[in-house]
Design a protein around this ligand. Structure first.
Ligand SMILES: [Cu+2]
Length: 166
């Protein structure tokens, strides 16, 4: 084999290794940055009511703490971040989490009936079981994420959320 040929093989190998390394780094970056959203669902509206609650599990897979600061939808007037708490007299109370929902690195934020949830108000149309709905989650570091939310009466299996009432 000529020296020129060997040089060519050497360059080809170097390029292949560089390409593999680049591919590996790209995959790593996609997995290691930002938040992952799973087990998303929203309750159907009742009668003439145009308010409902949405639930989901959010995992911070990034290397920075993050905060879910706001949520919006083109199909509703407003979406608020709510926290349900039990008062001393046993009455459930909801209040807006003004500072958003913080999610530390590697932490899991569970929005579930009886706890934290997204309060959707002023929907343009009723939400029926089996339908879907679009929400945009605004994170302080990750930025906006658009998600499709299935409309269903109960939590999806495996989300770990019981069917207690909002
Ligand atoms: Cu609420």
């Amino acid at each position: 084999m000529s020296r020129l040929h060997l040089a060519e093989i050497g360059i080809a190998l170097t390029l292949t290794v560089a390409a593999l390394l680049f591919a590996a780094l790209t995959v790593w970056a996609a997995e290691a940055s930002g938040v992952a959203v799973a087990d998303v669902w929203v309750r159907p509206t009742i009668g003439q009511g145009r308010a409902t609650a949405a639930y989901m599990t959010i995992v911070n897979k990034g290397d920075e703490d993050d905060v879910l600061v706001a949520v919006r939808s083109a199909e509703a007037k407003s979406v608020e971040l709510h926290q349900t708490t039990m008062k001393a007299d046993g009455i459930m109370q909801m209040r807006e989490a003004k500072g958003g929902f913080p999610i530390a690195v590697d932490a899991t934020l569970k929005l579930a009936p009886g706890g934290m949830h997204l309060m959707i108000m002023g929907l343009d149309e009723a939400l029926a079981d089996g339908g879907q709905f679009k929400l945009i989650l605004e994170f302080a570091n990750t930025g906006p994420i658009e998600i499709i939310v299935p409309v269903r009466a109960n939590a999806p299996a495996g989300s770990g959320a019981g069917d207690s009432h909002h």
